[in-house]
Design a protein around this ligand. Structure first.
Ligand code: PMP
Length: 280
């Protein structure tokens, strides 16, 4: 691990906040996640831009321009060998509370960039079950921010799924439509058509999701973004997920039904990897 903070690169994960920090007390943190593998960091510019949008959405002040974050990533990556796969995590947090302590004082925003080795694992596939927990609406949580404060809900959904023998949770929005998994966006395939939930503010419109939709459409495949029910997922020919961490991964079981990684999943993964290696 290397960490950039306050203008300096540190080895490891230096202690940065105390119990009086607003971020420690009230969760004023935002972050993004991107990947570097085989010498490429696909869509790094978009991940750097998104962390700044997340900061603004949470009432923090993004103090490092997106292109400067990307430049710092390049600087930090020089400390890793080209064989290594790295997780790239820029973050902002607030040191102090502002008016009445509860909102952050944006002037106290701090920035850190962590880079750490994380292997790019071959996608074995994972199982999902419908979670009893739901995604918050934009009225109930700052869903436009990729904020640490949203993730305890994902955490309990994953733990609950694991307690019933599944690896991940299929999480619904407040209306009962499928939103995403605990860690990634979700797609299904039926009769050669690709379907994925339409972004409605209740789940992250992932950068990998948007990239895969664009690549599939460019290859002539129809991708439908609309509200989707659990019943439609249960009846799918294929299900796969997208996220920066492992890119495109098949779902191999939904509730009691086994699924095989299918041709459209493979097409999506291969298109993503070709795009990534094309110098993204
Ligand atoms: N949903 C959730 C809850 C996530 O944590 C992630 C990973 N950041 C995603 C979706 C996928 O987003 P992206 O493709 O931008 O990584």
């Amino acid at each position: 691990t290397v960490t950039f903070v306050d203008g300096v690169w540190h080895d490891g994960s230096p202690a940065l906040i105390g119990p009086q920090s607003h971020a420690f007390w009230l969760g004023s943190t935002v972050f993004d996640g991107a990947r570097w593998f085989e010498g490429v960091a696909p869509d790094l510019d978009r991940h750097c831009a998104r962390v700044n949008h997340s900061a603004t959405a949470l009432g923090l002040k993004p103090t490092v321009a997106a292109d400067e974050i990307a430049r710092l990533v390049g600087e930090g990556l020089q400390r890793f060998s080209g064989e290594t796969a790295v997780y790239i995590r820029p973050m902002y947090w607030a040191e102090n509370g502002g008016y009445m302590s509860v909102p952050a004082d944006p002037e106290s925003t701090r920035f850190a960039l962590c880079l750490y080795e994380t292997p790019m694992i071959a996608p074995a596939g994972f199982s999902v079950t419908v979670s009893p927990f739901r995604r918050p609406t934009p009225e109930t949580m700052p869903t436009l921010a990729k904020s640490g404060c949203l993730y305890p809900n994902n955490g309990r959904a994953i733990l609950e799924a694991r307690s019933r023998g599944f690896e991940n949770a299929l999480v619904l929005d407040m209306l009962g439509n499928v939103a995403e998994t605990g860690t990634s966006n979700i797609f299904f395939v039926k009769n050669g058509m690709v379907y994925t939930p339409v972004p409605n503010g209740c789940f992250l419109n992932g950068i990998t999701r948007q990239r895969v939709i664009g690549l599939l459409r460019a290859a002539g495949r129809e991708v439908v973004e609309k509200s989707l029910s659990v019943a439609e997922f249960l009846d799918a020919d294929e299900i796969f997920s997208t996220g920066n961490h492992s890119k495109v991964v098949p779902v191999n079981r939904i509730e009691g039904r086994e699924l095989q990684p299918g041709p459209v999943y493979r097409e999506a993964r291969e298109a993503y990897m070709a795009f990534a290696k094309g110098g993204a």
